[in-house]
Design a protein. Structure first.
Length: 202
């Protein structure tokens, strides 16, 4: 279940590059508050506070966004942009949500037990990095944990094998999520290349 977190914001009065740069230099993160049917609000939040909150509460936390003038929004993180090269936070979009209305969110897959599979020389193949789920904001999990400990070659996990609590996956039950395979050998690769060469020569 998603946790609740509080973040203070200040409204960006100017969207000029100079004003934005000044905020960034002061340790702020540029952000937008997006609400369906309304114009987005340009704001800024302290980058360090956002980083700590994200680490503490998770990617799908429910945020109470507040300013000093009494404005308040219930929102979730919709998108985070990172700066190139250093991969630091640059911009974040918050989506205003209602705790009584369902939403659809892509939830990150967290694979547990990969080391035990790799120790036997096998490979964990994932067909999806995230799974779209629908539910109330307070019920959206931060990750979907899948344990592959002890899995053998040709073991598979489909959507039907994954148990979700209070949310519904937007994938078919027979959708393949994870499979276990043996690594290709050099001989197999060379045979594939030879077959391709033979086909080309024909």
């Amino acid at each position: 279940m998603s946790d609740k977190a509080v973040l203070k914001f200040k409204t960006r009065e100017s969207g000029s590059k100079g004003a934005n740069k000044a905020l960034i230099n002061e340790g702020y993160l540029l952000a937008n508050i997006v609400e369906k049917g309304k114009e987005s609000i340009s704001v800024a939040i302290k980058k360090d506070e956002f980083r700590r909150s994200l680490n503490t509460h998770g990617r799908n936390a429910i945020y109470t966004l507040q300013d000093d003038e009494g404005s308040s929004y219930t929102a979730m993180v919709r998108d985070v942009q990172l700066t190139p090269l250093v991969s630091d936070f640059y911009h974040v979009d918050f989506q205003v949500v209602s705790l009584t209305e369902e939403i659809t969110v892509d939830v990150l897959i967290n694979i547990i037990g990969q080391d035990s599979v790799a120790a036997r020389g096998y490979i964990v193949n994932r067909n999806y990095d995230t799974i779209p789920v629908t539910g109330f904001p307070q019920d959206i999990p931060d990750t979907i944990d899948i344990d592959v400990t002890g899995f053998e070659v040709d073991s598979t996990i489909t959507m039907a094998d994954i148990k979700l609590d209070k949310v519904k996956a937007e994938l078919a039950d027979d959708e393949l999520i994870i499979s276990i395979s043996e690594p290709k050998t050099e001989t197999e690769d060379e045979d594939g290349e030879e077959d391709a060469d033979a086909t080309d020569s024909e």
